[in-house]
Design a protein around this ligand. Sequence first.
Ligand code: AMP
Ligand code: MG
Length: 401
Amino acid sequence: MLELEEALSRILAALPAPTTESVPLTEASGRFLAGRVTASIDLPAFNNSAVDGYAVRAADVVAARADAPVGLRLQGRAIAGRVFAEELRRGATVRLFTGAPMPRGADAVVMQEDTRRGPTEAQEILILDSVTAGENVRRQGDDVQRGAVLGEPGQRLRVGRLSLLAASGLSALTVARRPRVALLATGSELKEPGVPLRLGEIYESNRIGLAALVAQAGGTPEILPIVPDDPAATRAALAQAFGASDMVVTSGGVSVGEMDFVKSAFEQLGGELDFWKVAIKPGRPFVFGRLGRKFLFGLPGNPVSALVTFALLVRPALLRWQGASEVALPAYRGVLGEALANPGPRRHFLRVRTDGAGGVYSAGAQASHVLSSLAQASGWVDVPPQTALAAGTTVKVWCWD
Ligand code: AMP
Ligand code: MG
């Protein structure tokens, strides 16, 4: 039996470097940068006001207080997007709005709240508080300097970085292409939702969750029809699936039963196969195969096993295929509100839920066909073989979606 880490490193080592494409920034969310991005402008690009107020020479208003205001003559005004062309005169002020460029000669901005209208033209604006040079001024380049690195290859484009790239004037980015991932479910007992079931039949429930996980990992899922347990049907379905995708994910039919046709069908198509029993629960039988530059991931059929093996072994592969630098599942820490035990010989990924106070509890029954506990769960705890974790233990909860 193979350790999980060993299985994962074999998979990651087999993946090719990402292929890239250019996409508009509006379509880049969730994509992986394929090259380094640098700033072609400073941010801010010019000194500008951080507030609505009055541009001053700080030296003119050093004595200003609420009970001893300093009067300044109003020289003009500058809204955001407009440059005030003149130099600020001594003893004068320019009305500014947030984001407006600083007039030449001004070195600070007095907030509007610290000013009042004055009685005469020469005293038109009364300044009620002093400012230091630079106060309420957003300086050119204080956020990003021209030439600075804005993004590195392998980084996933989340909202924060996208906003930075937009502010820096980028309109298109080179990113990894999304893998097209075909999803096949095998099993003669499986039926599409909506049709009545006869005794012995069940509704197919793996493709929907797997499609969601593929999309979360940046792939484009394609749900293909259910495949009956039949060698020719399995071969035909695999051939069709590989035709239009970069990877194929199957569920079911990969154990050692005489109704398990995925492995043999794949080999008949010319695929090179690795079949492992991975030492995890739920999970265990797992197929990894290569067909030219395309890949097969054969997951066990039990719904919880399929999702767990996907999250542990296929998700990282999808991410790495896109050049992702980080492929680990996200996790958070919590404290066990009750004991969790794994008396068995394989490490067990126990479904858990977290209450509002951060307490971690079993999400219910842990057998690999039990979906009600999956629905309750916010993640799982990786419990080593023959291990009991007492209430109060700090644990890592791994999130699969
Ligand atoms: P298998 O891996 O094909 O031996 O299937 C193991 C168990 O999972 C059996 O009880 C199957 O009926 C069930 N199963 C397999 N595939 C699916 C699926 N796509 N949706 C729901 N249950 C499945
Ligand atoms: Mg089956």
